[in-house]
Design a protein around this ligand. Structure first.
Ligand code: ADP
Ligand code: MG
Length: 263
């Protein structure tokens, strides 16, 4: 399977960044408010958040505490009011909209709770779409999309439309679509929220395998403690702030090697 490995070996960029502290994301004191007609919501309050390259981090916390806002801000989908976000040493706030969009297309993949697959397209057409948008030639895009579907064990279902697939299969298509562009980081907002627990577990196993095999960085918002426990670290949020974190030594399968309150 050529996906990932070849690019990583040849990537001068990743070798260069590996020698520099190796932070994928370093966000400092980010603030975000939403102003509507009759409401002023402080969604993120002075949030510091850093993620090492190759880490798999869960973000957990009650509904409305700012998890989605955090993902949207860190990935540059949304603007912050103040603070600083470095993504692989690129200061997000200095980029134009166009540059941010390009950066996202090259370096990021997204998985959401609702599948966001286009119903009129087959699985392989959905997966190849981000490549076609990025200007990859159709023949190559098709080959890469099929390779990504093979990786998530959906080769046999490549020509099926979303409506002909189960929930778990659909979510695996979105995983394939997120990784087909060979991103450095995948943002997943409640990726297993719509799945039964067994299927959720399978999708998590797939993401974990990609993380461990290819060093792909994951940030996963989840309500599922079982998913959180399989990540390297759980970051807890409450009321727009990070209130604590737990690190797991996943290789030893032991919990809570370090526990500390971050504020
Ligand atoms: P979570 O993902 O943890 O459930 P969100 O990040 O979606 O939380 O929301 C955090 C807070 O910001 C909530 O109080 C929510 O109502 C508010 N909020 C989120 N998006 C918007 C928006 N587009 N306009 C106004 N308020 C918003
Ligand atoms: Mg949310």
């Amino acid at each position: 399977m050529a996906l990932y490995r070849t690019e990583r070996r040849n990537s001068v960029e990743s070798v260069a960044t590996a020698t520099r502290g190796d932070l994928m994301i370093n966000a400092e004191k980010i603030c975000k408010t939403y102003d509507t007609e009759n409401e002023h919501v402080v969604a993120l309050k002075d949030v510091d958040f850093s993620i090492a390259r190759g880490e798999m981090v869960a973000v957990m916390g009650p509904s409305g505490c700012g998890k989605t806002t955090l993902l949207n801000c860190l990935s540059g989908l949304d603007n912050i009011d103040s603070g600083r976000i470095l993504l692989e040493d690129t200061d997000l706030t200095t980029l134009s909209d166009r540059q941010r969009t390009d950066y996202r297309a090259r370096r990021m993949g997204f998985i959401f709770q609702v599948y966001n697959l286009l119903p009129v397209l087959s699985a392989v057409e959905n997966v190849e779409l981000p490549l076609l948008v990025a200007g990859v030639r159709p023949k190559e895009a098709r080959e890469r999309a099929l390779a990504a579907l093979e990786l998530v064990e959906l080769s046999k279902w490549a020509r099926h439309r979303p409506a002909q697939l189960s929930g778990g299969q659909r979510q695996r298509v979105t995983v394939a679509r997120a990784l087909v562009t060979e991103p450095a980081i995948i943002w997943a907002d409640e990726p297993t929220g719509a799945l039964d627990s067994r299927t959720a577990n399978d999708v998590m196993s797939l993401m974990r395998a990609l993380n461990q095999r290819d060093g792909l960085t994951f940030v996963i918002v989840t309500h599922d403690a079982g998913i959180g426990d399989r990540c390297d670290r759980i970051v807890r949020m409450e009321d727009g702030a990070i209130t604590g974190e737990v690190a797991h030594d996943v290789f030893e399968q032991s919990l809570a090697v370090t526990t500390r309150a971050t504020r």
